[in-house]
Design a protein around this ligand. Structure first.
Ligand code: SF4
Length: 102
């Protein structure tokens, strides 16, 4: 492996310093999301997307399909139970809404 040049050393150092706050921000947002209240299915925001806290309750909804839950939705963060569409709340992993996306 060739020795690292001064320019490369400085560039890598700057990248690392730039990435630090980003990484800390992601960690702290996950920690914060874990402290958020569970989304109330009767709230206007939840009802706007047909959110239910148990996916089976949505059976019969046009967008509902078996085995689709928050836990396997791309908007769900398993570490915090947060959902990108409901940033003020956590959602139930076994829940569902019509914005589900795999
Ligand atoms: S977008 Fe996905 S994770 Fe969020 S409530 Fe709907 S199904 Fe659940």
């Amino acid at each position: 492996m060739p020795p690292i040049t001064r320019r490369e050393f400085i560039r890598h150092g700057l990248l690392a310093i730039t990435a630090l706050p980003l990484g800390a921000g992601i960690l702290s947002s996950r920690a914060l999301a874990a402290d958020l209240p569970l989304l109330d299915p009767s709230s206007p925001q939840a009802q706007a997307l047909g959110y239910v806290d148990k996916a089976g309750k949505a059976r019969g909804h046009d967008a509902w399909k078996k085995d689709r839950t928050c836990a396997n939705c791309m908007f769900f963060d398993a570490d915090s139970a947060g959902c990108q569409l409901f940033p003020q709340n956590r959602v139930a992993p076994e829940g569902w809404c019509q914005a589900w996306n795999g």
